[in-house]
Design a protein around this ligand. Structure first.
Ligand SMILES: Cc1ncc(COP(=O)(O)O)c(C=O)c1O
Length: 407
């Protein structure tokens, strides 16, 4: 009876959502009332604060994570026919940036335990072709679990590849290097470029928004140009100068700018980033404890140092039934991701079912449980209880069926 009341009262629980505080709202209002809605001072303020948080030399704010990926591929000069390696278990944008520039995406399978791009599979691919065949690698800190970028850098250097790290899921996440030092995702020491997204379900929400971090001054300058149509007014870069109004379009770029009011929201959100991360880690710990002795949970994200827990993923045999059951209880889980090589567009380019068995097996079983800093303790307990109920209910049904057979 008590449980039923709880269920009725419980608001829908999504898998992820933004946390907007009164300070965030105030920061946006102040910027809306200021002289600049875009191309104003909030952009550099956000970039500087983000670079400081991540530990990189430079940061470039952009309209969204996809635009960030596109400009990275452009800045690294991806050309038609060039091959770039990435993981099938990511959002399509990680791969699409290569296609925007006419390059070819080559997928490599994931590691079954971490769900991340398997470095051994990448090495096999690199070895299988003459050096220079592959231009770059795009590892993804999927779900917030961080890639060991030191190992990837070593491998990339051996084969003359650049690295774009897709850290959309992992601002504040880190891996521990061979000297025992924690290295924050995107600090510029290992990848050429790292990208982040500020979509509302991510750690820092701007509505839409993205960031690139790097330690390369050359790439930084190139990205600034590409972000605004390839146009510059910098006197030191101009071929001619007709006066104060004069600008030159020196490359084919885009308008991929973030607005100042989005940047103001980002600055305000960034102040709470560590708090949010700590809360995500606490939620992950609770899920892990709740399910660690449950044999129906085939695998789960677990408690991992440096994990930024954008998502908490469990793997179960009857995923669709569990998903539907939880929906019927107002719990809106999600599946991350349909393997990119199986999306119709990539299949039309030649990818096939069966090519990456671990990624495909993972997809059959994965489910992302609600994970966001404002998830209340009673809401998480409700989710845990319903997941357990599902297995209890199904087990009972099976046991009854079997016992009927014996009768
Ligand atoms: C791994 C990954 N890469 C790239 C993106 C693209 O970011 P955005 O939605 O900001 O364009 C996302 C966002 O969903 C993502 O999850």
């Amino acid at each position: 009876m008590l449980k039923k009341t709880l269920n009725k009262k419980m608001k829908p629980i999504p898998y992820g959502r933004q946390f907007i505080s009164d300070e965030d709202i105030q920061a946006v209002i102040e910027t809306l009332q200021s002289d600049f809605l875009t191309q104003g001072p909030k952009i550099a303020e956000f970039e500087n604060a983000f670079a400081k948080y991540i530990g990189s030399k430079y940061a470039i704010a952009l309209a969204n994570g996809t635009a960030a990926l596109h400009l990275c591929a452009m800045a690294l000069k991806v050309k038609p026919g060039q091959k770039v390696i990435t993981t099938p278990i990511t959002f399509a944008a990680s791969a699409n940036c290569v296609k925007y520039c006419g390059g070819d995406v080559v997928f490599a399978d994931i590691d079954a335990e971490t769900y991340l791009l398997d470095i051994e599979e990448v090495e096999k691919l690199l070895r299988s072709e003459p050096k220079g065949t592959f231009a770059g690698i795009i590892p993804v800190d999927f779900a917030g679990r961080t890639v060991n970028m030191e190992s990837f850098r070593k491998l990339a250097d051996e084969y003359g590849c650049w690295i774009i790290e897709d850290a959309c899921h992992a601002p504040g996440g880190f891996f521990t290097d061979s000297n025992g030092n924690n290295q924050l995702c995107g600090n510029g020491k290992f990848s050429d470029l790292t990208i982040f997204s500020f979509h509302p379900v991510k750690h820092i929400a701007c509505g839409e928004g993205g960031m690139i971090t790097t330690n390369s001054e050359e790439l930084y300058k190139k990205l600034l140009l590409l972000r605004t149509h390839g146009i510059t007014k910098d006197p030191s870069l101009l071929h001619e100068n007709h006066g104060g109004w004069y600008y030159e379009m020196q490359e084919l770029g885009y308008n991929y700018r973030l607005t100042d009011f989005q940047a103001a929201l980002g600055i305000s959100q960034l102040k709470r980033a560590d708090e949010g991360l700590a809360k995500r880690r606490e939620i992950a710990g609770k899920y892990f404890d709740a399910f660690k002795n449950n044999p129906e949970i085939l695998s789960q994200s677990g408690v991992v140092d440096g994990h930024a827990y954008h998502l908490y993923i469990i793997q179960v045999a009857r995923r669709k039934e569990l998903y539907d059951f939880l929906r019927s209880k107002n719990i809106f889980c999600q599946v991350h991701y349909i393997p990119v090589h199986l999306l119709p567009y990539y299949q039309s380019l030649g990818s096939q079912k069966g090519q990456f068995p671990l990624a495909e097996k993972y997809y059959e079983q994965c489910l992302s449980l609600p994970m966001y800093p404002t998830l209340k303790d009673e809401e998480q307990q409700f989710v845990i209880e319903k997941v357990k109920d599902f297995f209890l209910h199904n087990e009972t049904k099976e046991t009854q069926d079997i016992s009927k057979k014996w009768l």
